[in-house]
Design a protein around this ligand. Structure first.
Ligand code: KIV
Length: 275
């Protein structure tokens, strides 16, 4: 059995300079594949709303959906730290809600840590969740749960706005988070935040100087047909392979090529001898 990665793995990596890796997963089979790659953490992201549930954004994702998918991922992950995302309005309304919902992701979803979006505005929520012994990963910069307030998916932390992100990053750290995701900021901002923080930064569209990188696996594998953000690198075109295989199945059934004799059970007696 593989050794489990923990929040200590993250703290250690910040000291040694080893780059951290995180990928998303939403079910058991993909959790097993992602886990076998050696990633440090598997994020059950609320990107679930986009890539699994076909929604235009993450706003409608519920606690029940996050618990359901986190539990499936936790069952398939042997070595990676399983991080469950807290969905929109599961922590913003009150500190009490935040602690109870973080606890549900752990107790019912079997997450080993939770992630939530925001900086200064959610500092007291992060502190209370950490005090309840639930490790928290922060998420600042472009925070998709706030797209309506931000006026769309826009690069954050440009020019003087970098100072706002620095205040958010320090608030997340001071509240006790063990790591922070930084999304969609110029590389200079990603670098400055990484240098200023004692906790590791995990970048997504935040340049090469973050302490680690995270991607949504649908983007990395070419499984998601829609818009591909600039920060995504496509490592394979699995969508094409799948479409071809599905098409071959359909045409072989229609032509009679499938199933062949090798896919049929042998019968000890001829059917006509049964009567
Ligand atoms: O929900 C998600 O997948 C995320 C990543 C993009 C970091 O938050």
């Amino acid at each position: 059995m593989a050794t489990r990665k923990t929040v200590s793995t993250f703290a250690q990596a910040k000291k040694t300079g080893d780059k951290l890796t995180m990928l998303t997963a939403y079910d058991y089979s993909f959790a097993r594949l992602v886990d076998a790659s050696g990633v440090d953490a598997i994020l059950v992201g609320d990107s679930l709303g986009n890539v699994i549930l076909g929604q235009p954004d993450t706003i409608s994702v519920t606690m029940e959906q996050m618990i359901h998918h986190t539990r499936a991922v936790a069952a398939g992950a042997e070595s990676a730290l399983v991080v469950g995302d807290m969905p929109f309005l599961s922590y913003q309304v009150s500190v009490q809600d935040a602690v109870l919902n973080a606890g549900r992701l752990m107790k019912e979803g079997r997450a080993q840590a939770v992630k939530l979006e925001g900086g200064v505005a959610v500092e007291s929520q992060i502190r209370a969740i950490v005090d309840a012994s639930v490790p928290v990963m922060g998420h600042i910069g472009l925070t998709p749960q706030s797209i309506n307030a931000m006026g769309g998916f826009k690069v954050q932390g440009k020019g003087e706005d970098a100072e706002r992100l620095m205040r958010d990053a320090l608030a997340v750290q001071d509240a006790g988070a063990f790591a922070v995701v930084i999304e969609c900021v110029p590389p200079e901002t990603g670098d400055a935040l990484t240098k200023a923080l004692a906790i590791p930064t995990i970048g997504i569209g935040a340049g090469p100087d973050c302490d680690g990188q995270v991607l949504v696996y649908h983007d990395l594998l070419g499984l998601f047909g829609g818009f591909q953000p600039k920060f995504v690198k496509r490592y394979a075109n699995v969508g094409e392979v799948i479409s071809k295989a599905f098409g071959n199945f359909v045409s072989e059934v229609k032509s009679g090529a499938f199933p062949g004799p090798e896919h049929c059970f042998s019968s000890p007696q001829k059917l006509d001898k049964l009567y």
